[in-house]
Design a protein around this ligand. Sequence first.
Ligand code: F6R
Length: 609
Amino acid sequence: MCGIVGAVAQRNITPILLEGLKRLEYRGYDSCGVALHVDGQLQRSRSTSRVADLEHQIEEAHLKGFTGIAHTRWATHGAPASHNAHPHFSPSTDNARIALVHNGIIENHDELRVELTALGYVFQSQTDTEVIAHLVDHMYNGDLFDTVQHAVKRLTGAYAIAVFSREEPHRVVAARQGSPLIVGLGNGENFVASDAMALAGTTDQIIYLEEGDVVDLQLGRVWIVDSNGKQVQRDVKTVQAHTGAAELGPYRHYMQKEIFEQPRVIGDTLEGVTGIMPELFGDGAYNVFKQIDRVLILACGTSYYSGLTAKYWIESVAKIPVNVEIASEYRYRDSVPHPNTLVVTISQSGETADTLAGLKHARSLGMEHTLTICNVATSAMVRECKLAYITRAGVEVGVASTKAFTTQLAALFLLTLSLAQVNGRLTDAEEANHLKAMRHLPVAISAVLALEPQIIAWAEDFARKENALFLGRGMHYPIALEGALKLKEISYIHAEAYPAGELKHGPLALVTEEMPVVTVAPNDTLIEKLKSNMQEVRARGGQLYVFADVDSRITSGEGVHVIRLPEHYGLLSPILHVVSLQLLAYHSAVARGTDVDKPRNLAKSVTVE
Ligand code: F6R
């Protein structure tokens, strides 16, 4: 992951770099740093705290410059310590010549380290990045653009880099392979960044670099070559990037705010949907949906769980077989491709490395019908897929995904209905009923949000636990998985989810009086089966925390705590139930005093594999 910003200008660029870093913190926040060209020298400031601390250091040091680079880190090689923070310098002396920042993973860093050490380079960090800095310095021939083009040929792995030299004060060179990088064009000044949002307010004229591109940024000039060293023109796009500087308003954390935004953003995502039609997913969708006879969903993390939920919907309503795969597994396993497959990627950010690689892998196997459900219209995922549905969750600041998940579910339900329609499985009356239920979702979610005080009372209990089990059945099993993921990632309570029927095949051994067992219990066709599973828990002393529906007929008693959702919501019930689990995770984390919006070791956008 990691975020990169760089600039060549005729004004002090530190405010631009720092603002860019603040907006890129979603890509990692283990450490951050800035390097500038100051009076013929390279100077830097680095911090293992947040960007606000770096800003303070820079102010104190009166650090100003016209050319520079900056970085916010998600640690891969080497602990989150200041000596591992970027920018890295080479040589590692007071008179460094090269400054470099990097996003990605260099796979041949060990052999390069040995080679460069033998040449006399002294390493100050455990990072793979420092290897690139020394390599560029070693190969430096007075022309940084030329040098970087040659240096990147020695790298194996994924990288986006930005580099500048003490000897070329008005030049930044950048390159990408496997990690995203954009160029921002200003008036006589130019910029590079991991995404357009980092430059919002500075420029909206954006070039998306392609794989293998190397770019030379000077004051009034941008020059791009492809991986063969051939000069190329890339399209300049006007991008209205959202700054992400959302106000917290009455909320304590962005995650809480985003949970409460769900009624609105689901309404936004469904705005303009007056009827079910394949064209909701783009021109030509009808022909594609007509040709396909199976669906392959690729995603990671929370987005994978929305895909799992969609499998239940699509197979039940549209009667089309669906395979849901964790993208990082799919991309490396031998699978049996089928050309009539609709490949669906699901991603909040649209730049998750494994999902993008999974998509490319599917295409390389001859599966050309691609569709993405994505929250970022300008992302690589949308650019790479033929069809798309853009969810309108807005910027999600909290690292734990909430509103992106429920808007994905809303879009996936539309996909289900569109596939069913093309497949002759949707009557007009059914279409009308489903649309009515979807339009009512914002109201139904608001009613779940109103349960917050009861959920806070449960969260007080959870905060004292170190383990929890989550159970669900059918299409609520993925919701149990998502509830467990939310709890573990922000409260650090170990949580596992199982299909309730699996309990007796192993996990029941964990159940004691100390074990809270969260059960997602809507009044669906599996409710009686689920009640039997709950008895199995109670018989071993387990404490049940049940999210039931108004008519699930489960009552509170000894060891059984029940919160009732006000409505049973049929096929769309997962969208309501997950909201209660988000609130439980959120308030448990708050009670434990964790950094809810920036949980340890994580980042919002996962651009490394
Ligand atoms: C968990 C979470 C992650 C993401 C995953 C995929 O709360 O946010 O599991 O869902 O990293 O990210 P996207 O959806 O951006 O591809």
